[in-house]
Write a protein that binds this ligand. Structure first.
Ligand code: DX5
Ligand code: ZN
Length: 216
């Protein structure tokens, strides 16, 4: 299977959200990545439920919702109702991660766990079999358009072997600073899903850029 692409709507023109979603519908994107920031877990505030609902109303692609919020358990049901197909929570934001993951699945969503750049993938050893996706942050979460942290390559390889040795079917998603240079190396290391915000939306031809990433 070729690499899956999840353009991040955070980099879109919010004044024309319907047009941007329709552009993604017409592209080869596999998901629409939806970045939720609460100004607490991360220093920035993005958008919340009504905007997610509006994206979902126009989207023909599944929504990959990345919750960068404290105590995400409080909002799992609301984001499911807003149209999430995948919900990723941060390991660093969950005291009872196993319970949170089960709650996401009980709502009928795919369950993902995101790790900050400093968080070791070895912390997933006792939960990897329960996960549908692991989101490795390749920037510190909070903002689009940041520089990719090269240490991520090692983390992808380590996570890939953890997944293979456990029999888990979890996908490996990379989020932050993905571009044409690092994308092929990430795929070679074992990445299954690439999030791309600025690289897609700042390009003169976003549909073509998504296609180029797919063809890696
Ligand atoms: C960062 C977000 C990312 C971001 C990616 O906090 O989780 O999804 O939008 O954007 P780029 O690709 O521009 O780094
Ligand atoms: Zn994200």
């Amino acid at each position: 299977m070729s690499v899956q692409i999840a353009p991040s709507i955070l980099a879109a023109d919010f004044a024309n959200i319907q047009r941007e979603v329709e552009m993604l519908n017409a592209s080869q994107a596999d998901y629409i990545h939806v970045d939720i920031m609460d100004g607490m877990f991360v220093p920035n505030i993005s958008f919340g439920l009504p905007v997610t609902e509006a994206i979902h109303r126009h989207a023909t692609k599944p929504l990959d919702v990345h919750l960068m919020i404290v105590d995400p358990d409080r909002y799992l049901e609301a984001f499911t109702n807003a149209g999430a197909a995948v919900i990723s929570v941060h390991l660093e934001a969950c005291t009872h991660l196993h319970r949170t993951v089960q709650a996401i699945k009980a709502l009928g969503c795919k369950a993902g766990v995101a790790l900050n750049p400093h968080t070791s993938v070895s912390l997933l050893e006792d939960i990897i079999e329960d996960l549908d996706l692991v989101c490795l942050m390749s920037v510190n979460p909070g903002f689009g358009g940041q520089k990719f942290i090269p240490r991520t390559f090692d983390k992808v390889r380590k996570l890939k072997s953890l997944i293979d040795n456990s029999g888990s079917k979890s996908l490996i998603e990379i989020d932050g600073g993905v571009n044409q240079q690092n994308a092929p190396l990430l795929v070679e290391a074992g990445a299954d899903v690439l999030v791309a915000g600025n690289f897609v939306f700042s390009s003169s031809n976003p549909i073509g850029t998504i296609q180029d990433l797919k063809l890696l």
